[in-house]
Design a binder for this molecule. Sequence first.
Ligand code: ASP
Length: 322
Amino acid sequence: MSKTPVIIVHGGAWAIPDSLAEGSVQGVRLASTVGYKVLGAGGSAVDAVEEAVRSMEDNPVFDAGVGSVLNADGEVEMDAVIMDGRDLKSGAVGCVQNIKNPISLARAVMEKTDHTLIVGKGANKFAEEVNAVTLPTNQLVTETARREWEELMKFRTTVTKLFSPRDTVQKESVPVAPGHDTVGAVALDTQGNIAFGTSTGGITAKRPGRIGDSPIIGAGGYADNNIGGVSTTGHGESIAKVCLAKHITHLMEGGMTPQTASETALTFMAKRVQGSGGVVVLNDNGNIGRHFTTERMAWAWVKDNVLHHGLNPGEDFSENVK
Ligand code: ASP
């Protein structure tokens, strides 16, 4: 029996400044609509998450593809992952440079190699083999990302503070630091297949070679047709420690709704490793969950031609998709 298609996306969980708020909301609304159209035309969940994530990678407001943040050496190193819930096949890249759409390179890893994760020089060499579209670093770096890097290098402030739980954020101690908008999407197609994708430039002033949670299966996301799918965002080291995406999937497998599983897992992460973040979740019935413990997270989802979106805690706006 054909399923009702659903897609849910996020544009990063952190203390999104007002200057980026509107752009982030518009970006997730657009990405969810792009992915939904793919599903509506009979496209697969993998196609839909790839297109939704590409739309956010091409949007300079987000920390993925164009707009990626800079590492301590002032360079861009990006991570991305995609997973097909039909057979748990997945592909990921870490620390890639000069790639326009890391999510599509991750898909090539999934479909054209026997591996699940390729990093650094090897990933860029693979990109050449598959003719991935490249962009010189200066076209990936936005003025905002450059300014944020200069600020953070000057203050040497730990970026962990940007992912502090809402009630403990000390704004005055954190320099203005736009650009932690990792992006992600989870989709259910008409065939009942579930997929997820996540893409990021990581966190500003990270050590060169640092890979957080995003391209790691079970941390940056998970998808299993029999249970559901998850894409995560937030403080990568915390997310990796608790295998956040797999944790949520496990809770859903035990019977929890996507929303309760999201809240339970993020509460666990806050208590166990004092980390914050956000998640978007779908189960195999197309029920959604979204939750974040940072100040803000831009999210949007579409089902039955109705688009929901929000940014601040408690928000849920809806509109018809044209
Ligand atoms: N999780 C990402 C990382 O640590 C950052 C983010 O989600 O904003 O690389």
